[in-house]
Design a protein around this ligand. Structure first.
Ligand code: SF4
Ligand code: SF4
Length: 165
């Protein structure tokens, strides 16, 4: 899939949200034994056809969580103090527990969709969209939300529906 049409994707994802919500509820209650294997297989299939540099919708529309180690690493890469980094770019989330970006799109996203601090990026960015991680059943709520953000998660979800239903 080259040149992802994000507007078109968002429309489709919103119209299928209820159906996906029901499916994920079902998946959570059933916890199929082969779930991690299937998600990983579909992750690999889908990312063969999706280039994140054609998309960057995650970096444009959501904030990763920034934990202490992330802040230290990225501040070091920028040659500034962690406190300066926090003051300039971050705010605490609603529960005052985790730092998030003050605003999206991420200020470190370049015009060509590359990340200016790719080697030092937060762990949450490295792991996104979490579809190649183990214990997918624990990531179901976040994955449902990600069907609205990430075209790959949307496709993987469609493949899971076809496989299980
Ligand atoms: S730090 Fe980099 S990878 Fe993470 S949201 Fe910002 S631009 Fe994207
Ligand atoms: S992870 Fe998903 S939302 Fe982010 S750039 Fe790749 S396809 Fe797009």
């Amino acid at each position: 899939m080259s040149g992802i049409d994000i507007r078109e994707f968002t429309k489709k994802a919103q119209s299928q949200f209820e159906e996906n919500e029901k499916f994920f509820k079902w998946l959570k209650s059933k916890k199929p034994k082969d779930l991690d294997h299937q998600v990983r297989t579909f992750h690999e299939e889908v990312f063969e056809n999706i280039d994140c540099l054609d998309c960057a919708n995650c970096c444009k529309t959501t904030s990763p969580s920034f934990y202490h180690k992330d802040i230290e690493r990225i501040a070091k890469a920028m040659k500034i103090k962690p406190s300066q980094f926090i003051d300039s770019y971050l705010k605490l989330d609603q529960d005052d527990e985790v730092y998030m970006l003050k605003q999206e799109p991420c200020p470190f996203l370049s015009g060509d969709n590359t990340c200016m601090h790719y080697p030092a990026r937060p762990l949450a960015c490295k792991e996104y969209p979490h579809t190649d991680r183990k214990r997918f059943h624990q990531l179901i709520s976040i994955s449902l939300h990600n069907t609205l953000i990430c075209p790959a998660v949307f496709e993987i979800t469609n493949k899971l529906k076809k496989h299980y239903i």
